[in-house]
Design a binder for this molecule. Sequence first.
Ligand SMILES: O[C@H]1[C@H](O)[C@@H](O)[C@H](O)[C@@H](O)[C@H]1O
Ligand SMILES: [Fe+2]
Ligand SMILES: [Fe+2]
Length: 270
Amino acid sequence: MTILIDQPDYFGSDVEAKTVVANETELVLDGGFVKPQANSFGHTFRDYAAESERQEGVENFYRKNHIYQSFDFVKKMREEYGKLNRVEMSIWECCELLNEVVDESDPDLDEPQIEHLLQTAEAIRKDYPNEDWLHLTGLIHDLGKVLLLPSFGGLPQWAVVGDTYPVGCRFDESIVHHKYFKENPDYNNSAYNTRYGIYSEKCGLNNVMMSWGHDDYMYLVAKENKTTLPSAAMFIIRYHSFYALHREGAYKHLMNDEDVENLKWLHIFK
Ligand SMILES: O[C@H]1[C@H](O)[C@@H](O)[C@H](O)[C@@H](O)[C@H]1O
Ligand SMILES: [Fe+2]
Ligand SMILES: [Fe+2]
């Protein structure tokens, strides 16, 4: 059941909608899912400047993320986690494990991740009832966050969550809290700090090393387990945190034709 309440002040008087979901954590299975219009702190989504009790922690998170995600670090993580020698479990077991995870990079949410997974899948089901692969993609897209748990190596937050971006070429200015890249070892490396860096025009995102985190890990897990999900689903899983691309339009010069097609689905997902 969906509970509707009067719109609080922070939406401004010109906003037409008069209702929000009172309890965002509630799972609605009757097709009555209503997308919340403000985050848990009353701000618009993904506002990295808004002063909330999370803002400082989020900025501190990105400071570390931008300093430590270097080309060499990503290469090492890919090799290590590509072995997939950690744990075996079902998808639902993994969803339940996410109950223990809180994402420190997210300015909007400080609730257990499992609620985010269910809300995402449910929202997509409402808008695209016939695309069952897309519902499943929504359900599993963040499962890679188990990297935070001890049995998966207990990686620090900066190596698991947050927006992602390519390494091996210049960090685009549209990346959130860009200023902290100045302390990244790659920032002054002339092999890595140009528009193309080690890449070439239309080389395809598959050939681009992305900062390491839950997206690439889940992509690897799905691929190595011979998933039957379509290529658009794999693209969504792998690049859903790549806001510089799908929101700001940066790095398009690295995309090939297949990426261009898949990006359309990622836009639907986001
Ligand atoms: O803070 C969030 C969170 O970590 C999401 O899972 C990720 O996909 C987003 O890109 C990021 O901004
Ligand atoms: Fe994510
Ligand atoms: Fe997510």
